[in-house]
Every structure is written in structure tokens, then in C-alpha cells.
Ligand binder design. Sequence first.
Ligand code: SPQ
Length: 428
Amino acid sequence: MKSVKLVNNIKNLSGTLTIPGDKSISHRSVMFGALAEGTTTVTNFLSGEDCLSTISCFRKLGVEIKQEDETLIIHGKGFKGLVEPGEILDVGNSGTTIRLMLGILSGQSFFSTLVGDSSIAKRPMTRVTIPLKSMGASIDGRNNGEFTPISVRGGSLKGITYELPVASAQVKSAILLAGLQAEGETVIIEPSKTRDHTERMIKQFGGEVEVDNLTITVKGGQAFKATDVQVPGDISSAAFFLVAGAIVEDSEITLKNVGLNPSRTGIIDVMLSMGAELTISNEHPEAFEPMGDLTIKTSNLKGTTIEGDIIPRLIDEIPVIALLATQAEGVTVIKDAEELKVKETNRIDTVVNELKKLGANIEATSDGMIIYGKTPLTGGTVSSHGDHRIGMMLAVAALLSDKEVFLENGEAISVSYPSFFSHLDSLI
Ligand code: SPQ
């Protein structure tokens, strides 16, 4: 297996980075641009593999999308202008692409088939296919619609009222995208607030959505108007440098134009509660997606408990928060995070097993993990297991080790942050 030697034994990180575009918002900008009438321009689009999979699916559905670096020009077709694809739609490694596409395709009367890579083939889909079928879509897939390949023949949907069994922005968004094409009203009730980029984008594209605390309502038969979307930097990518700056000695890093949507900023709340020297400046709270600059300095950290409603606000940051906790005095407990088991890998097991290899004192629980700090980290060979967030977390962990660290499957990082290693090098 191919492995790369990571940078280790770093005594200072300093500089300023402009973090690449948010992955969740980049996906949605392609979807909404395609479903709108007219030409949408997207700037600071994330050119990571996941978002490129979304572009490729829409091209197969007849949408013209031009890409030049981080700018997209999308010639929208409207909800009624997509065409039956002549090929299978391949979502690669992207859970967001497949689940949101299932919502969109459920409203389309043609036939389509979705596949992905070996990680996608293990991720649960009935969480979306069950509500979409109850709206009237015909969907089938391996294991009664649980796993890819999945085929859809949609159309003639009816609105539903649906209480989400799990806090998932992907499930919520899939039902909203189907609801926008259904007859009548669709009402979704969330168990906890999840990222609300879809709701914000419905408004940005001239649509209507009502949000009353945890209840979201859309009417069917809406049309979207093309607009310009500026994608903020991805706080989930910024998280790796927030943690690196806090745990590497003698460091100060500024991260520009990071998305600060309150449904995504759980990591900031947790880091502040652990004693991180983290400041926010140049905020733009008025934008469709708020953003600002973050500055992090080397910090004296203490352990904490992370549980309940904050979990969906930092779910993708838990791998790197676990690393942070290895450098905090005392115990950190992460609970209510069972959803980690159905990400690109089982992120409870992969985080615990890989950090243990580097000497961390960490144990898995049924819904999270317990980390005992502060422990020095040492060398070894670790693996991303094909999970981009695990790969980047391990690259940050290696900075602390005085012995060599090798990473297997590091190429997975390009799913969400192709320039990660060059950004890291620029701080050394
Ligand atoms: O797209 P994918 O593969 O599901 O990506 C991940 C990630 O770490 O990048 C999760 F594995 O992010 C999800 C996130 O966990 C992106 C997302 C979204 O854009 O709506 C929502 C979250 O997933 P979920 O299942 O909780 O809705």
C-alpha cells in the first residue's frame, strides 16, 4: 500500500490562509443553479472530488456547467428541464451528492441509477429512500433500497409531514428538494438543529421556506431564479488548522473568510470552552452565509464534555477535536455521536484505532469516545482508511511527533481539501 512520510516535529506554525470553499454549500450551489431558471455564477467553489462528482451528475442530466478554477457558470434548466441520463450517475465518495440527488430525482418522472465507491456502498440510504417512497417515488436498491446501486423513477409526489429519526441535514435536504416538487406542503421536524444551508439557499434563489425552530415547511411547485453565489471558506477544513495552531508550540495562524453559519460553529464553542486562544474578526453576519476571519494561537487546553444538541454543529470536526483533546489536561468525553459510525468510515473506530497507534490514551464508547490528556504523540504508520477527515487529522497529529509518521491512503484528502498539504507547508 502507498504511504507518504508526513511532516513531523514542528516547533512553530505561522501565517495566513484563505480556506477553500465550503463543501456542503458548493454541492448545493450546483444543485440549485441547475434547478433554477437562468445563469448562476458561483465563486470560491470547492474543486474537491466530492463536488466534482455533483457537477458530473448534473452534466449527465443535461445541465451545461462551465468551470474555470474556482468559478462556475451554470446554465440552469428549471425543475422541469432535466433530462433522463443515458449513463449511470456516479457520486464517487460523496454522501451529500447521493442523498440530495435522491431527493431531486424523486421529483423527476424519468429513470436514473446512482452508484458510488466502496465507502458509499456501505452507507445507509433508507433514511432517505423511506420518506421519499412515502411521497410517491419508486426507488429500489440493494438490500431493499438500503445500499447502492439505487435506481429511481420519480414524479407525481405528494407532500408529507415527517419527523426525522436522526439529526441529518442530508435527510432533511433530500425531503425538502422532493417537497419543492410535490403537490401540497411538506413539513419536516428535526430532533436537533442541523446545518441549514439548503433552507438558506432556497431563499437565496427566490424560493420560500418557513422555519419555526425545529419545524421546516415548504410548498411544492416553486420555481427558482438564478443568482450569484459566493461560497465561504469551509469551517470543517479550517478546523484542521485551528487545532494545529492550538497544539503546536509557538504558533499563530489566521484563517480568512471562513463560513460562520451558527449551525456549523460548534468547534469554535468547544475550543473556547477548552481554553483556546481563538478570536473572530471581520465578521459579515448579513450575508446569506455569514463569514469572518479566525485567529488561533498556541493554547493551554483543558478537557471537556461534548454532548447533546451541539453534536450536529460539529459532527465532521469530531476526529480533529479528538486529537485536540489528546493535548488537553484532563478527560474529554464525547457522547451522542452514534452518527459517526455511518460516515466515510466508522469514525469512532478509525479515530480511536489510528490515534492509539500514535500513543494517544483514547477509548471508544457506544456513542462516542473518551480521551485522557495530555499525552505526547509518537511515530508510526497510520491510515486514513480512505476517509479524508481522518487523513488530515493524522497529518496534524504528526506535527507533534518527534519520530517519523507515515500515512497510508493519504490521497483521500482531495475529496474535500486538495490543497491541504501545500497550505500546511506554507505555515512551516
Ligand atoms: O458528503 P459526505 O460524504 O456525507 O460528507 C461528510 C464529511 O465529513 O464531509 C460526512 F461524512 O459531511 C456531511 C455531514 O456529516 C455533509 C452534510 C451536508 O452537506 O448536508 C451533512 C452531514 O451529514 P448528515 O448525514 O449528518 O446529514
